[in-house]
Design a protein around this ligand. Sequence first.
Ligand code: ATP
Ligand code: MG
Length: 353
Amino acid sequence: MTSHRIALVPGDGIGREVTPAARAVLDAAGTRHGVRFRYDEFDWSCERYLAEGAMMPADGLDRVRHHDALFLGAVGAPGVPDHVSLWGLLIPLRRGFRQYVNLRPIRVFDGLESPVRGARDVDFVVVRENVEGEYSEIGGRLNRGLPGELAVQEAVFTRPGVTRVVDFALDLAARRRGKLTSATKSNGIVHTMPFWDEIVAERAAAKPEVDVESEHIDALAAKFVLDPGRYDVVVASNLFGDILSDLAAAVAGGIGLAPAANLNPEREFPSMFEPVHGSAPDIAGRGIANPIGAIWTAALLLDHLGHAEAAAGVEGALAAVLAKTRLRTPDLGGTATTVGFTRAVLDELGGAR
Ligand code: ATP
Ligand code: MG
């Protein structure tokens, strides 16, 4: 029997309510496919920051370096600015473990309503560059408070950094429907974006089985809403990918549904799996958080660890519960609880409870 060690970081708020759902689904899928999971739990969170002054211990990365994967619920708390959890936890993990791909699948499930009328057969993946690009610390501000005040922020794109994420997206497209869309803005951003485009063209030439197109980010954002069914894999820089994936999650029916993975494709370090939503303090503690994003994220973890069939089983169970039942958490207009919905997914997976 294969065995994996998972570092669980439930985090704050509803992160703590959806993490048990993901864990139960991992265990059930594992039981069916001869995979055993062992978990170590870590209290890294904004709550820890408020009590001890740090989101995680100084040697945090060393403590999880040898785990097969990390699962993170959500971090955030009222009164703790986003940059604390970002720079105190998420960015050190992403950069330290070279998780240069942020993978965000989008699907409109049967039985769920998209705010976009007529959105059907929507099933695509946004591949966001996760460690360089527009989110750099290079830059500064001058002449604070004066009429001549200005701010400069540099974007950094490196040849290896762009190449590896584009190659990942091309490989993924080759395994899916063979279509890749590159998000760009080379008409307005005249250094980094043409560089990105050139690398996409070079790497695409080495993979003729994938049909590659480039779209300007503004037009692409409009088409995500007007015709989301036309996409298969979309590759984008850190900033563009961030915006596109939130837009796409909204098209799919809401942030509580959206899964994400921060991948180190070479497997030199653990990858980190984390639903897109935050800690949602407004509904925390009531047992009504939507567990779909977390459960789907568990499927991404299974897939990354080489259990594609188990991953497809989890996604299929989610789809079946949504198609066959009216169980919905309040964010989707229903009255189901986190535990109730999760139980239905477990039943669908084969009653391994
Ligand atoms: P954080 O400060 O951690 O980012 P947040 O409140 O900004 O937390 P978001 O994920 O951005 O969290 O969520 C915005 C709102 O969407 C939440 O306040 C909540 O009402 C709703 N929401 C998000 N995720 C879920 C979920 N899984 N189930 C139900 N509602 C959710
Ligand atoms: Mg938020």
